[in-house]
Design a protein around this ligand. Structure first.
Ligand SMILES: O=C(O)C(=O)C[C@H](O)[C@@H](O)CO
Length: 260
C-alpha cells in the first residue's frame, strides 16, 4: 500500500488551472466550512496566520476528506519544519522567500527521503504514514510530494530561470505583496511595475513547464494572471472575506438604525 496519491500534484503537472483560497483563520472549524465551498485547493498558512503544527494538523484532517486539496505554507525553508509538516501528512507545501537555485535544491532534498534527500525518518509515529498503517510509505512518499517555492524579491526574480531548472521544484509562486515591497512599492501589489513583473514571471514559469502560482483578489488582476498562465491561482483569503462581510453588514444596519 503506497503513500496517498497527490492528485493536486498530478493536476498541476497536466497544466490544469486550479483555483484556491488562503486559510488564515488558523481554525479547523473555519477550514471545514471553507472545504464545503468547492475550491480546487485550500492553503493553510503557516507563515502569516497564527498556526502551529497542531493547528495545521487539525486543518489538514478536515480538508483532506473534501474535494479541496490541502496545501501548507511554511514560515520559512527550515528543514526541521518541513520534516514536521510532512510527517503530519502535508503532501503539497509552499515555501516562501526563495532566491536561488541552491536554496531550491536544498528544499527539494529536505522533502525527500534518502537517497534523493535527507528528510528525517519518523514514519513509524507519523500521521503521514497513518501511523505505519501504510507499510510502503517510506519507499513511495517522495513521488507524492509537491514542492512549490515562492519567488517574491528582486533577487528571486533575477534567479527565476535557475530556480525553474531545479528538478523537484514542481511550481513557482510569485508573491505580489512581498515583491512589491522589495521593488520599493510597499503595499502596492497592483502597481504597474509590480504587475508587469508578476505577469512576466508567470509566463516564464509556465513556459518552463512548471505550475505557476500567485495570490491576487482583484477580479481583473485574477483574469490577467490567468491569461499570463497562472494555474495555481489563489483568488481569496478567508480572513479578508470574513472581515469584509462583517464590516459591510454592520455598516448596512448602522444606516438603518432608527433615529431616537
Ligand atoms: O507576497 C505575497 O503576496 C504573498 O506571499 C501572499 C501573502 O503572503 C498573503 O498573505 C496575501 O497578502
Amino acid at each position: 500500500m503506497p503513500a496517498p496519491h497527490n492528485h493536486l500534484k498530478s493536476r498541476l503537472a497536466k497544466g490544469e488551472v486550479l483555483h484556491g483560497c488562503w486559510l488564515g483563520m488558523a481554525d479547523p472549524y473555519m477550514a471545514q466550512i471553507a472545504a464545503t465551498a468547492g475550491f480546487d485547493w485550500l492553503l493553510i498558512d503557516g507563515e502569516h496566520a497564527p498556526n502551529d503544527i497542531r493547528s495545521i494538523m487539525a486543518q489538514l484532517a478536515v480538508v483532506e476528506p473534501s474535494p479541496s486539496a490541502a496545501v501548507v505554507r511554511l514560515p520559512d525553508g527550515d528543514a526541521a519544519k518541513i520534516k514536521q509538516v510532512l510527517d503530519i501528512g502535508a503532501q503539497t507545501i509552499l515555501v516562501p522567500m526563495v532566491e536561488s537555485a541552491e536554496q531550491a535544491r536544498e528544499l527539494v532534498r529536505a522533502t525527500r527521503y534518502a537517497p534523493q534527500g535527507f528528510r528525517g525518518v519518523g514514519s513509524a509515529l507519523a500521521r503521514a504514514s497513518r501511523f505505519a498503517a501504510i507499510p510502503d510509505y517510506l519507499t513511495t512518499a517522495n513521488e507524492q510530494i509537491c514542492l512549490i517555492v515562492q519567488v517574491e524579491t528582486v533577487a528571486g526574480m533575477a534567479a527565476l530561470d535557475d530556480i525553474l531548472g531545479v528538478e523537484g521544484v514542481d511550481g513557482v509562486f510569485i508573491g505580489p505583496s512581498d515583491l512589491a515591497a522589495d521593488m520599493g512599492h510597499l503595499g502596492q501589489a497592483a502597481h504597474h511595475a509590480v504587475k508587469t513583473a508578476v505577469l512576466g514571471g508567470l509566463r516564464r514559469i509556465r513556459e518552463a513547464g512548471k505550475a505557476a502560482g500567485v495570490l491576487v483578489t482583484d477580479p481583473a488582476y485574477i483574469d490577467d494572471c490567468r491569461t499570463a498562465g497562472a494555474n495555481f491561482l489563489g483568488v481569496g483569503i478567508d480572513v479578508t472575506i470574513f472581515a469584509g462581510a462583517m464590516r459591510r453588514l454592520a455598516a448596512e444596519v448602522a444606516t438603518k438604525k432608527p433615529t431616537i
